[in-house]
Write a protein that binds this ligand. Structure first.
Ligand code: ADP
Ligand code: GLC
Length: 482
């Protein structure tokens, strides 16, 4: 089974969120499961700079408005799968993240930049660029790579099957329909049954309409996006394609996220010996300038600061928690109003609240290990990885019961002895509901025996990528043999 993954991010070279973690871990797990896996990635500076033992596969000349496009094949990691990297200096040799410049503004030529990724992925997949290696499956991730599915579907050679994974339906890649001719597709594809979406052009639809199969990153999100509440206006299309939509849960990269073996922690620990966790907490409190108080419940947040993540609820619930002696440590960046509000809270309560704005991999590990509980009050969450890291680190997740959060955290009120509790869930996206869940967590925390049992159950829950890799393999096999 040969699989080509097309995506815009891959940890640690280019990352804005969990997508990068998935593209680092899933292909490796698939390789362990015996699949022949490669990636195709845009030649952003972080990726092109990291590519080793590279060979030039093709000079593609001018594609999608980029004058000089070269395709390389090489290795990004010693043991990782090989990656095709698209060198196109005009589009990819830029500062900032894959989608926006350092000032946060999206690049005006994102349509061409990601159409190039989709075009190269599709032509690789049909065997036109590197005939030595033809995949059975082209697996495109999020709107950035979605056009690959359209180019394959409209190509006369159609051996390869396509899978499109929605990591987040809210980011749709909407562009001016007047730019449709840039894509080089027949005009009929700019229609309601094609890429058109309310007068614009939707790259998300390039995957949803044209892929042979659609997956989401949790089973529950697959059901949610067929409803108006979570469907972002695409619920009708999702319903129409229901027969080919399924959810496969993300996993944890157990090499990177293991409290017993994490070089980014001041002390290591396991479910059997939790002493190191207390040390992690004390070090975190000290590093962040919080009062070093072993019995103060320390709540952690590691997150993009966006409306999706529901962190405005935290700000509203915070005053009551502070009265109860709770501490809060936040690592994140994004929305300027949220950044300002958290900064203000930290300024007013330096002993109890600390906020670090920005992206910091080492602090993310230290914060997840050192906190007692991890807050993930998302309005929607396709899967969510931080709650999985929290579970593994015995840092009890307090989550809203949506998407992958609902699929991975078992609420402490549950009575099923076969499914021991691993965290706290709440229903409504309100500060009251979040507050009540945190109150339950705090009162459990005050009885050390019950809290320890919760931590041990959380740490025993398993979300390995190997299980997901097997589910993907079953899916690929069905598609290939259909
Ligand atoms: P999303 O992809 O929606 O942002 P996930 O929970 O799937 O949410 O993945 C987020 C990933 O980004 C996790 O690996 C998390 O640790 C990481 N992350 C988020 N914010 C930061 C930050 N400020 N610094 C370091 N890592 C972060
Ligand atoms: C998206 C989602 C997140 C998911 C991640 C990786 O960014 O917001 O829930 O975990 O993709 O699939």
């Amino acid at each position: 089974m040969r699989v080509l993954h097309a995506a815009a991010e891959c940890f640690p070279w280019v990352k804005t969120g969990g997508l990068a973690d998935v593209l680092a871990a899933l292909p490796q797990a698939q390789a362990r499961a015996g699949l022949d896996v490669r990636l195709v990635l845009p030649g952003l500076p972080g990726i092109l700079g990291a590519l080793r033992s590279r060979e030039r596969i093709a000079d593609l000349g001018a594609v999608m408005g980029a004058a000089r496009v070269t395709l390389w094949l090489g290795s990004l990691a010693d043991h990782g799968p090989r990656a095709y990297v698209i060198e196109a200096p005009l589009y990819y040799d830029r500062e900032g993240n894959p989608y926006a410049g350092p000032d946060g503004r999206e690049w005006p030529d994102n349509l061409q930049r990601f159409a190039l990724l989709g075009w190269v992925a599709a032509h690789l997949a049909v065997g036109e660029i590197d005939p030595q290696w033809c995949p059975d499956i082209l697996h495109a991730h999020d709107w950035h790579a979605a056009l690959a599915c359209t180019y394959v579907a409209t190509h006369p050679v159609r051996r390869v099957r396509t899978v499109f994974t929605i990591h987040n339906l809210a980011y749709q890649g909407l562009f001016d329909a007047a730019d449709f001719p840039l894509l080089g597709l027949p005009a009929r594809h700019l229609a309601t049954a094609g890429l058109e979406f309310h007068g614009q052009m939707s790259m998300m639809k390039a995957g949803l309409v044209y892929a042979d199969h659609i997956t989401t990153v949790s089973p529950r999100y697959a059901r949610e996006i067929a409803t108006p509440e979570f469907g972002c206006g695409l619920e009708g299309l999702i319903q129409a394609r229901q027969a080919v939509v399924s959810g496969i849960l993300n996993g944890v990269d157990e090499q990177l996220w293991d409290p017993a073996n994490d070089p980014l922690l001041p002390a290591r620990y396991s479910a059997g010996d939790l002493r190191g966790k207390a040390q992690c907490k004390a070090s975190l409190q000290q590093a962040l300038g919080l009062s070093i108080e072993p019995r103060a419940p320390l709540l952690g947040i590691v997150s993009r600061l966006t409306a999706q993540k529901g962190l405005d609820l935290v700000l509203e619930a915070l005053p009551a928690w502070l009265q109860a002696g709770v501490q809060l440590a936040v690592l994140g960046s994004g929305n300027p109003e949220l950044e300002a509000a958290f900064t203000e809270a930290a300024r007013n309560h330096p002993d109890q609240v600390h906020v670090r704005l920005g992206y910091d991999e080492a602090l993310a590990h230290a914060l997840i290990a050192g906190s007692d509980a991890l807050l993930v009050p998302s309005r929607f969450e396709p899967c969510g990885l931080t709650q999985l890291y929290g579970l593994r680190y015995g840092t009890i997740p307090v989550v809203r019961r949506v998407g992958g959060l609902a699929d991975t955290v078992i609420d402490a009120s549950g009575q099923d002895p076969a499914r021991p509790a691993t965290g706290f869930c709440f229903e409504q996206a309100s500060p009251q509901a979040l507050g009540a869940a945190v109150d339950r967590a705090i009162s459990c925390y005050r009885s050390p025996k019950a809290w320890r049992a919760l931590m041990q159950a959380a740490m025993a829950s398993s979300f390995s990528w190997d299980a997901s890799a097997h589910d993907y393999r079953d899916l690929y096999t069905r598609l290939r043999d259909a």
